[in-house]
Design a protein around this ligand. Structure first.
Ligand SMILES: Cc1ncc(COP(=O)(O)O)c(C=O)c1O
Length: 476
């Protein structure tokens, strides 16, 4: 292979750009010459000139043999994988690709119901059948904690032919399960393990952070490099513990991803890996220290944050301390109300749940910025004795836990492909849902295609869509 610098793809991109060749190929904006003036001014000529395509020397994501391959190999070596794929459609495309490559129609996939919606999309594409593990939830705020090894053991016993285990390491809120035990159990039963580490691309870079799931034995690990590292939005990675199934994964990715991947996205993965390799420990060491100091100052001011001790137990092994979850209850207001207050104070948060807010801290957040956040949080008004209004009336649409778990009578794919009809929610009881309903935030599945709409499900959907709302059902 020719290109083997520190960041082979980024260097190849720069070298190509330096030649200043006249472009008679895509993209049509021709180095930014044909774009709207304010757009050109905002992005700058250099950025637009680097928005290149598969020209000689820049390799091809669909069958890499040059700079992309070298960059992927460096990422694999750094993360301890046998093979790494760069993704230009987020972790979503990696999760779907693995499910599509590993599962055939009817195969059972064991998963927690709080999996990301792309996992359900993978089930629709592959025809696999979901088997849910009972999940433990924190009562307040209402977020999923995880699944215990005992529950997985029971599920494996009841489903001896299951094909794949999907783990979320960590949840959106930064909670990590007992992945080592869960993975070992699944392997003992011959299952393939896919780890959704979309929110854990920085794991393992500091001893205070949870371990990288690759170190825990997962067969496939998907990371949204864009969520916590320096890569551009959409840029993510899929790591394989063993190279054996690489061709099947490549084929699935080629089925799902564009044939015109953005080189800005791809190169951002290359430099994000370089940055992690060269400076990751120092950067994340500082970030963890800053996050811990912020937590201490908030605690001293009577503002509690979700702490590792709040989650650690049979269902969770720890918490990413750089993820800050503040319950809204002490303020007597809802999550969206806090978010609106903070926005007026110049701070935009990651997510406002009905009864909490969530913030992400990375090495991009310096001391002065963190101090300005602290100031805004300390200035949050407290409305004593007030019962917070339900956020947009949607708090009742919580994705769990259920009194009676919804019953799956068709696979998500069968329900997706069946003739469907939109009907009023109030006529829905007993019908089979044909759509995935995963209200944002935080996007957890409320109903999965193929599930029977019970009274309890309908009640939650009414909170979400209103009494006159509609739902797509299988037209039986
Ligand atoms: C747990 C989890 N997995 C996967 C994804 C998908 O990641 P991406 O946005 O990179 O496609 C998300 C997105 O928020 C997520 O929260």
């Amino acid at each position: 292979m020719k290109t083997q610098g520190q960041a082979p793809l980024w260097e190849a991109l720069l070298n190509y750009r330096r030649q200043r060749l006249n472009s008679w190929h895509t993209p049509g904006h021709k180095d930014g010459a044909y774009t709207w003036p304010s757009w050109r001014q905002a992005l700058g000529e250099e950025t637009l000139g680097l928005d290149l395509t598969e020209v000689p020397g820049l390799d091809n994501l669909a069958c890499p043999g040059g700079a992309i391959r070298a960059a992927q190999e460096k990422a694999a070596a750094f993360y301890g994988a046998a093979r790494t794929f760069f993704l230009v459609n987020g972790a979503s495309s990696g999760l779907m690709a693995v499910i599509l490559a590993v599962c055939r129609p009817g195969d059972e996939v064991i998963l927690p119901r709080y999996a990301h919606r792309s996992v359900f999309n993978g089930l629709i594409l592959s025809g696999a059948r979901p088997v849910y593990m009972e999940t433990e939830w924190l009562a307040s705020p209402g977020i999923p904690l995880g699944v215990t090894p005992a529950v997985l053991a029971r599920t494996l016993k009841a489903h001896p032919r299951a094909r794949l285990l999907l783990l979320v390491h960590p949840t959106y809120e930064g909670i990590v399960p007992h992945s080592r035990e869960l993975i070992a159990l699944a392997h003992d039963h011959g299952l393939v393990v896919l780890v959704d580490a979309a929110h854990g691309a920085h794991f393992g870079l500091d001893p205070m952070l949870p371990p990288s799931p690759l170190a825990l034995g997962g067969d496939y690990v998907v990371q949204s490099t864009h969520k916590t590292m320096g890569a551009l939005t959409q840029a993510a990675m899929l790591h394989l513990r063993e190279a054996g199934t690489g061709d099947a994964i490549a084929a699935a990715l080629n089925l799902l991803q564009t044939t015109s991947p953005s080189y800005l996205l791809l190169a951002s993965l290359d430099v994000a890996r370089l940055q992690a390799e060269e400076r990751g420990r120092r950067d994340w060491g500082r970030t963890v220290a800053r996050a811990l100091r912020l937590r201490e100052k908030l605690a001293a001011a009577g503002i509690p944050c979700l702490a590792p001790a709040d989650v650690t137990g049979p269902a969770a092994s720890g918490l990413d301390v750089t993820r800050l979850l503040l319950p809204a209850a002490p303020f007597g207001v809802s999550g969206p109300e806090i978010a609106a207050f903070l926005r007026r104070a110049g701070q935009e948060i990651e997510l406002a749940g009905p009864d909490y807010i969530l913030l992400i801290i990375t090495p991009g957040d310096g001391g002065a910025k963190i101090n300005s956040l602290l100031k805004a949080l300390l200035a949050l008004p407290r409305v004593a004795g007030r019962v917070p209004p339900e956020a947009n009336g949607k708090a009742g649409a919580s994705p769990g836990p259920w009194t009676v778990p919804p019953r799956q009578v068709l696979t998500p794919r069968e329900a997706w492909l069946a003739p469907r009809r939109e009907i009023p929610l109030k006529e829905g009881e007993g019908r089979i849902c044909a759509e995935l309903i995963a209200p944002c935030p935080p996007g957890l599945a409320l109903v999965v295609p193929g599930e029977v709409l019970t009274e309890e499900v309908i009640a939650r959907l009414v909170c979400l869509r209103g009494p006159e709302g509609k739902v797509l059902v299988v037209d039986e």
